[in-house]
Design a protein around this ligand. Structure first.
Ligand code: HAM
Length: 419
């Protein structure tokens, strides 16, 4: 038997109901903030990510799934959505002289070492806003994330970390100062950080290795390089968050693993998933549109890591049911099958969203009740000889006190819909 590719998971029926619940809740929240959906391809030219995410990042250096297509072009499965989103909106002239608030959802691919909460195919829901330079939209995006956690009942499991990287110029100056500081300590750094010293020294700041952390402790601080305008933006954002009642923690070492960020960066992190702490991350990337060939356009966004949010939802709501049906129609005689199927159609029509399963394959009523129970259905309906013309027999499968009842059809239908 050929197995699934390492790090690429099947989400089986026992889990999809929870996934759908989590996804629907987040997507509804995005719509309620009036973000509009954009659907993007899974494959893009490799160059888009190399230029967008940055050559010296882990993603580009070692995590892309790249292939040559038949005419030799290098294509890559998208490792993230932001570069594609910019490409799409720019390509269709949607960034010129206008603002945009959009979202996307779907799988991303990174060749990482798989473990709980970290996969090679994982799902993100991302939100991006273009054309807004002020901190208001930074705050809106953070508030939107917070609203999602509230709606999912996981607010107490995540907290917000916030930092500013300042303008592009501030980063260049800081990068140099950091390199100057770290160089004399190079030998004491861990091998990953030694390698990053030349390519991406900012990433050394969020190293998890104790020896490196000890060195980093006394390194120059990024905030000291941020100009007055950048500080004002950051200050205004913090004030807005306070007014909105969203708690946050400043983390001067939060630098993010993608190269395009400027000014605000943030991560929603949890302590409940071991090493995979970030469940949602993002920030401002004012230079990216221009870097990809468009005009200078302010931009900010985030992406939620759905796999991790689903894991948190599982911890927060272990008893969430993974039912696959609400009503199970038992068919107690072969002649009753078409009546049962019609009853199913009638119920689905009357109550959209109600999940109605008609028993197939015959068998005794006892077996059918067992099946009904296994789907998690609340009600069973008996369709067969016991039916009077204008009555239905329905049985509550979860509450013995309600038990089995014979009711006029209209009344029975009403009961079944109230789940
Ligand atoms: P990112 O931090 O690379 O940012 O990913 C965002 C989130 O995706 C992470 O916080 C995490 O929850 C989830 N994630 C990343 N890699 C994996 C993985 N291998 N397995 C499971 N979950 C994972 C971005 O992708 C940016 N595009 C976010 C953004 C949007 N910034 C501005 N706009």
């Amino acid at each position: 038997m050929v197995k699934a590719v390492r790090g690429m998971r099947d989400i089986l029926p026992a889990h999809t109901e929870r996934w759908r619940r989590v996804e629907t809740s987040i997507l509804q929240m995005l719509r309620s903030y009036s973000y509009a959906e954009v659907r993007l391809p899974l494959l893009e030219y490799t160059e888009l990510f190399a230029r967008g995410v940055g050559e010296a990042t882990d993603i580009i250096e070692k995590e892309m799934y790249s292939l040559a297509d038949r005419d030799g072009d290098s294509l890559s499965l998208r490792p993230e959505g932001t570069a594609s989103c910019v490409r799409a909106l720019e390509e269709h002239g949607l960034l010129y002289n206008q603002t945009q608030r959009v979202f996307y959802a779907g799988p991303m691919f990174r060749y990482e070492k798989p473990q709980k909460g970290r996969y090679r195919q994982f799902s993100q829901i991302g939100a991006e806003a273009y054309g807004f330079a002020g901190p208001d939209v930074d705050a809106e995006l953070i508030a939107l994330g917070y609203a999602c956690w509230q709606q999912l009942g996981i607010t107490d499991r995540v907290h917000l970390q916030l930092n500013t990287l300042g303008s592009g110029a501030a980063r260049v100056a800081f990068r140099q100062a950091l390199m100057d500081y770290l160089q004399p300590h190079a030998e004491a750094l861990d091998p990953d950080s030694q390698r990053r010293l030349q390519t991406n020294p900012l990433r050394i700041l969020d190293s998890k290795v104790a020896a490196t952390q000890a060195i980093v402790k006394d390194a120059p601080q990024l905030i000291d390089f941020v100009d007055a305008e950048g500080l004002e933006h950051f200050q205004a954002l913090q004030e807005l968050l306070q007014q909105l009642g969203i708690p946050f923690q400043l983390n001067p070492n939060l630098v993010r693993g993608l190269d395009y960020y400027t000014h605000t960066v943030f991560e929603w992190v949890t302590d409940d998933l071991g090493a995979q702490g970030a469940v949602c991350a993002g920030g401002r990337y004012d230079g990216l549109v221009e870097r990809l060939g468009g005009r200078d356009t302010p931009a900010v966004g985030f992406a939620i890591g759905l796999d991790r949010v689903v894991l948190l939802h599982e911890l927060a709501h272990p008893d969430h049911s993974d039912n696959s049906a609400d009503v199970y129609i038992c068919v107690t005689s072969a002649e009753a099958l078409s009546a049962a199927m019609q009853l199913g159609q009638q119920l689905r029509g009357a109550a959209p969203g109600l999940r109605v399963r008609v028993h197939m394959g015959g068998g005794q009523l006892k077996k059918q009740f067992k099946r009904a129970d296994a789907t998690g259905a609340t009600w069973a309906v008996l369709c067969g000889a016991e039916n009077q013309d204008d009555e239905l027999v329905i049985k509550h499968l979860r509450d013995a006190a309600i038990g089995q009842r014979q009711l006029p059809v209209a009344e029975a239908l009403m009961q079944l819909q109230q789940i």
